[in-house]
Ligand binder design. Structure first.
Ligand code: DAH
Length: 352
């Protein structure tokens, strides 16, 4: 019996050694370890042995089994390794590759680029001013009285920094209008006394207010226009509005201005755009035919003075609108909750 077992082991190992394919290996396995394999039958014969011998021979049979199993496993790994190498060799370089998935610009970045291109077309220059701002530029220089509600911490974020005797507290800018006086000061500084002052600024920036609901996010974007020069009048403002509305919303849409109040403009207006659905006639969506877009007006003399410009020689107009808001007013875009824009939800963002 012992000899038989040694014989089985040697035959099996030599078969394994000679096997040329996985299939051959599988057959060898069946031949020795299968249900009626040679070794399996030998195990069954163990019962026929006298008790004293059974244990010893049984141990040998187990050793043979382990040896065969290990050899099978090693050879199998060898085959699989070769198979992988073969596959690697067979790469077809003419096959089209897998394209990496491409992202795209955020919806708001796209809108900012579009707005910039429109205004650059009529000579505006894009600038950027700080998001972390002095109260002075955001309120004081814009003719806000000390007690104005926007200045307390209900609407404005205050930064935990020392208050400056002239500049006041540090805040997160609540509107892009804070860039108006910064721009005037910069331009005046770079002009000689005889040179005519001319400003055509487009300030697009992030703004912050304490508000969050379906139509407001704490961080949002505004674009602010400022034009200062000799004899700048309301007609220039209206022409600019009409041009923007037609370029951005389409030829059929119209702009209108209504009297309003802002601290930093006099007179001040609210700008409306005709509804994209009924084109101004009035419908279920817009009610009266017009949608509010934002503020505008003729720059207040006190604001020009704060910027170092003589209001007797120069006049100007300004406007400031929300990027998110104008985007929502384009008739092909419907977003129920503005907060989705900044939720980093790919399923939402990939639509645009
Ligand atoms: N800054 C104003 C706001 O955030 C919008 C605004 C109104 C800007 C009138 C202007 C303007 O430049 O002339 O509500």
């Amino acid at each position: 019996m012992e000899e038989q077992l040694i014989g089985i082991k040697n035959t099996a190992l030599s078969f394994i050694l000679e096997a040329k394919t996985l299939h051959e290996l599988e057959e060898t396995k069946l031949q020795f370890l299968g249900r009626s394999g040679t070794l399996t039958l030998a195990f069954k014969d163990l019962v026929k042995l006298p008790m004293e011998k059974r244990k010893e021979v049984g141990m040998l049979a187990n050793e043979v089994k382990t040896a065969i199993e290990e050899a099978l496993e090693q050879k199998q790994l060898q085959f699989l390794g070769n198979q992988k190498k073969e596959q690697a060799k067979k790469i077809d370089v003419t096959e089209p590759g897998e394209k990496p998935s491409l992202g795209h610009l955020h919806l708001i970045t796209q809108a900012i680029e579009e707005i910039t291109t429109i205004f650059e077309g009529i000579g505006f220059q894009r600038v950027r001013y700080p998001e972390i701002e002095w109260d002075w530029y955001a309120f004081e220089a814009l003719n806000f009285p000390e007690s104005h509600p926007a200045r307390d911490d209900w609407e404005t974020f205050f930064v935990d920094e020392d208050t400056d005797p002239k500049m006041g507290p540090v805040i997160l800018t609540p509107h892009t209008s804070s860039g108006q006086v910064r721009e005037m000061i910069n331009v005046v500084k770079s002009h000689s006394a005889e040179e005519k002052i001319q400003i055509k600024m487009l300030n697009i920036a992030k703004c912050y207010r304490r508000q969050s609901d379906v139509s407001h996010t704490q961080m949002f974007h505004q674009f602010e226009g400022l034009v200062v020069g000799k004899n700048i009048a309301i007609t220039h403002l209206k022409g600019t509005l009409d041009y923007f509305v037609k370029s951005y919303f389409g030829e059929k849409r119209k702009a209108r201005i209504r009297p309003y109040h802002f601290q930093f403009t006099e007179p001040s207006f609210e700008v409306d755009v005709s509804c994209g659905v009924c084109l101004g006639k009035g419908c279920k969506l817009c009610k009266a035919g017009w949608l509010e877009m934002g503020g505008a007006g003729m720059v207040h003399p006190n604001v020009l003075k704060a910027g170092g410009i003589d209001p007797k020689k120069y006049t100007g107009f300004a406007f400031g609108w929300g990027v998110e808001r104008v985007l929502m007013m384009k008739d092909d875009i419907e977003i129920d909750d503005l907060r989705l824009l900044y939720s980093n939800n790919l399923a939402f963002l990939e639509q645009f």
